[in-house]
Structures are given as C-alpha cells and as structure tokens.
Ligand binder design. Structure first.
Ligand SMILES: Nc1ncnc2c1ncn2[C@@H]1O[C@H](COP(=O)(O)OP(=O)(O)OP(=O)(O)O)[C@@H](O)[C@H]1O
Length: 522
C-alpha cells in the first residue's frame, strides 16, 4: 500500500498552453450549466465552479456566505453550509433544504463527509429539473424498470454531477454501477472523434463486459461510442481513428493499449475505479498508477466505488483525491441485509462433499453459485458433481475467454443450475436471482466473504448464503461471524469469543476434494 500511495495520482502536471481550448470550453459549459440550474438548488447548495490553476482544480470562491448553525441531524458528517442569505426568507429556505437533505439521508442510511455536499436526489425526475438530464436517459431508466434511485444513487449521482470526486461504499447489489454510469452519460457528449471522455476500470474481464452491456442499455436512443477493451482491441486497435466516448477495461489491458497502441487518455473527464479496493491490491497498483497518470486532464473527476472499503484504501484515497466527497450507505464493510447467512461445520474435506451432495439432494433451488479457493479445486469439484444428476458448470481463469463467457451466459440463461467458481466472479457480477451462494471453501477474508455472498440478495431480492467450515477454518470463523452479526444474522456465542486474529489471509493447503479411491491413489 505504501508503494501505492507513493505512486498513485502523482505526477499530474498541467500545461495551460496545451489545454487552453479545454479551459475555455470548460468555462463555457460551466456557465451554461449554472444558468440551467434550478435557482432554489443554487441558493441552498452552492455548487462551487471549478477553475484550473497550477495543475490542480481550484474552487472559485463563492461570495461571502453565512453559516447555518444549530442543525444536528448527522452533524458530524453534514458539512458546514455556508450560505449567502440576503434576507431572512432566503435563510429559512436554505435551512429547510439542509434539513430535508439530512432527513432524506437519515431515512436511506446515507452517511456523508466532505464540503458542500450536494443534496441527495428525491427522484430520477429531479435529474431534469436540477441537472438538465435529457429525456432519452429518463426514458431508458423507466424502460429498465428503475423507478426510484437506490440510496447510493441518490447521493453519488448529484456528487459526480457537481464535478466532485467521490469515494463510495454501499452494499453489494445496491446499484453502484448506475450511480457512476448516469453522471457520465449526462456529462459527456456523444458522437465520434474528440477522444476518450470516460474510463471505467474493473478488476475482471467478466465485470468489464457486464458494465459495458449495462452502459449500452442506458445509451439507447443516443449515439454514444461505448467500447469494451478486449484482448484483440488492446493489441491491434487503432485508437487514433477509433471513435470511443466511454472505455471499459481491466487495468492490464488498458495499460497494454496505452503502451503498445498509443492510446491517449489526456481528455478523460471521468475515471471510475470500480471494486476499487481490489484495484488497489498488489498486482494492479502499477497499472492503475499509469492509467491515473495518463488521465492527465486536470479537471478529471476520479471516483472509487466498492462494497468494501478498508481503512487503508480510504486513507490512501483521502490523501490523493481532491476535495472528495465520501458516501457510505449503511455500515461500512457490511453484507447486504437481504441475505440469510449460515455457517455449517463439515469437519473435513470429505465431510464438505457429503454436505454439499446432501444439501442438493434435499433442496436444490437453482440458480446456485458454489465458490472454491482455486482453479484446481474448481476442476475437482466439477468432476465430482458431473456424476450427479445436476446441471453444473465451472468457471475459472484456466478457461479460454469464450469458455468463460459461455459459462456466464448459460448460468444467466438458466441452462446451468449450479455454477462452480473461483473468486474470478465473486465481485460485481450481477446474476439475476441467484437463490443461494455456497462457500464450499471458506473465504480468504471478510471482504471476500461479503463480495461472494453478495452475488445473491441483489436489487431488493432475498438470498441465502451457506459457508462450510472445517477444523482448520475454525480460527478464522470470527471474522466472518462479525460480518454476519453486523447484518442481523445469528451466530453461536462461542464463535464470537474466539481469539482475535491478526488480519491475514486464510488460504490453507486443503486435501483433495475427490474421494474416489482411484483418484486418491494418484
Ligand atoms: N434504481 C434501481 N431500481 C431497481 N433496480 C436497480 C436500480 N439500480 C440498479 N438496479 C439493479 O440492481 C442490480 C444490482 O446493481 P449493481 O450491479 O449496480 O450493484 P452493485 O452495487 O454494483 O453490486 P456489487 O457491489 O456486487 O458490484 C442490477 O440488476 C441493476 O440493474
């Protein structure tokens, strides 16, 4: 992480000459936008306009404003609203709006910190009155069946639309994708040429493909160029000629395209790090760093989204982001309350296989996702279940891209009942209606647990999660039990009184899954 903090977001230098046209354009757009803003909103929530100086965004000072005091709901997180109130009538209006915002945040479990945080959204329709949202987007939201914004959408969308950097933490399946896609689609102009305006980084190809698909659904009726960075594109793409407004990629592929295909990201206005805590892990850091440097437009808005935001990542984000708004929905690093969670002692590897078979024989309520800790174990378990009368499939990093896509598509289409997976699909993947997640192998950390079980209980639906454990997992039970308790599940008290462990990943060498005698002899 130290390495990360020393490199990430460093080295952004601003060349005023080079970006003179951008500065002019930016100023004009900002002025037009302010004219469009709803006057009440402008009064109550002065959105500071952004100027550029010395390579950093600089806030243009609002005129002298008066502080609204004695307002206690969420006092700690509610910024001091400095308000220009010429008359007591205006002052009352502002106070009322601040009170309404605080009440709405309280109702939806939204916690914020930062200065002049924009008011949360009351409805999607408000996007038109407050931010001039085009009708095609509202139409698409309605066609997709999105009636009300989710809590993270209520706060993160106005934050990004106010051109504020944002780090957002909200439960799995709570609509974070739309929370960053919508502002991008409202802010950038569709059409050919003009370079890449938004980059979305995801830790896996599957998630990048899913995000691209979601983005395309929202652009229906407008000619946005939304591109997924495939292996082929990263190796052979002619990015100078290609039209691309929004680019979705894994860090590795994007970094490759930048180095080998001279992909230019200097005009990027929005950079989103989805599953940001994963992207800040070793293995990604250097690529993320080079992408961040390449997004050299000084007015770029960078955002971090995840269901888990460890303190280390948060501290790093705080130190590198500019005047960022922090948005937490519910309790930080907690599982979705829609998931019924259970721990089952299976004793040994043999016991786990028996428990799984028994559970399938008693009640198999597909679709079911089964997580194991390695691709070797995924293959082994798949081999075991192939003899049973279950439509099972497997997904892991040893499969070709096509095989991985097929596995995901078949599971989505209901052709596969049970998908055996490694953590390659534990983050972000949105399979509709997964009824049950089974942690066949104990997750390596509390964060891994939260993301794995978060494949069920999405978009307001209920789900179930079963975690099998053996003797060697016992010392690590407490981490998971704490997550369970925080989301309202019952846990035996002996687990909660187990000794605290130093934070370390649990990935033991396990006995082979296979119990067939011939396999054991090999
Ligand atoms: N406002 C909304 N109303 C109803 N459904 C929504 C809304 N916004 C998003 N959804 C749906 O909720 C589901 C989960 O959304 P999404 O995948 O963005 O969750 P997420 O918070 O990113 O989860 P994860 O942390 O697992 O990545 C999706 O099927 C999405 O279409």
């Amino acid at each position: 992480m130290d390495k990360a903090s020393s490199m990430l977001f460093a080295g952004i230098h601003f060349n005023r000459k080079r970006f003179a046209s951008d500065i002019e354009r930016f100023k004009k757009e900002r002025e037009q936008e302010q004219e469009q803003d709803n006057p009440i909103e402008t009064e109550a929530q002065p959105i500071e306009s952004v100027g550029i100086e010395n390579g950093r965004k600089r806030k243009r000072k609002s005129k002298t404003l008066e502080t609204v005091e004695n307002f206690s709901v969420f006092k700690a997180s509610e910024p001091m609203h400095v308000v220009e109130a010429d008359t007591s009538e205006q002052k009352r209006k502002v106070e009322k709006q601040i009170e309404q915002s605080a009440l709405m945040r309280k109702k939806h479990g939204i916690h914020i910190s930062g200065h002049n945080v924009p008011a949360p959204l009351r409805s999607f329709e408000e996007l038109s009155s407050r931010y001039g949202c085009k009708p095609f987007l509202l139409r698409n939201l309605s066609e997709l069946g999105f009636k009300e914004p989710t809590p993270i959408q209520r706060q993160a969308i106005p934050t990004l639309l106010s051109e504020r950097e944002c780090f957002a933490c909200a439960p799995t399946g709570s609509g974070k994708t739309l929370a960053f896609l919508l502002p991008i689609l409202m802010k950038i102009k569709p059409g050919p040429g003009d370079g890449v305006k938004a980059v979305i980084l995801c830790p896996t190809r599957e998630l990048a493909a899913q995000t691209t698909r979601e983005c395309k659904k929202l652009t229906k009726g407008r000619k946005f160029y939304v591109k997924l960075m495939t292996k082929e594109l990263s190796r052979t793409g002619d990015f100078k000629k290609m039209s691309c407004n929004i680019l979705v990629s894994t860090p590795l592929r994007l970094d490759f395209a930048m180095r080998k295909r001279k992909l230019d990201l200097s005009r990027v206005e929005y950079l989103i790090l989805d599953e940001s805590d994963k992207l800040f892990e070793l293995g990604f850091v250097e690529q993320i760093d080079s992408v961040v440097k390449a997004c050299s437009n000084p007015s770029v808005i960078r955002s971090l989204f995840s269901a888990t935001l460890p303190d280390t990542v948060e501290e790093l984000a705080r130190s590198i982001m500019h005047d960022a708004v922090r948005v937490i929905v519910g309790r930080k690093n907690s599982a979705s309350e829609l998931i019924k969670q259970k721990l089952i002692f299976a004793g040994s590897e043999e016991g786990k296989l028996l428990a799984l078979r028994q559970s399938f024989a008693e009640t198999l309520n597909p679709p079911v996702l089964v997580f194991v800790q390695s691709k070797e174990r995924a293959k082994e378990l798949y081999k075991e279940l192939a003899f049973d009368d279950i439509k099972a499939d497997v997904i892991h990093a040893d499969l070709s891209q096509e095989q991985r896509e097929n596995a995901v598509d078949n599971f989505r289409a209901g052709k596969t009942w049970v998908l055996i997976a490694t953590d390659v699909i534990s983050r972000g993947m949105d399979f509709k209606g997964v009824n049950c997640v089974i942690n066949y192998d104990f997750p390596e950390s509390a964060a891994a647990y939260i993301h794995r079980i978060g494949r069920s209980g999405r978009a307001g639906r209920r789900g179930e999660a079963i975690t099998l454990y053996t003797e060697e997992d016992k010392p690590f039970l407490r981490n998971i039990a704490n997550v369970m308790v925080a989301s309202g599940c019952e846990v035996p008290s002996w687990i909660l009184s187990l000794p605290k462990l130093r934070r370390k990943k649990h990935r033991p060498q396990r006995d082979s899954i296979s119990i067939a005698p011939e396999d054991k002899q090999e």
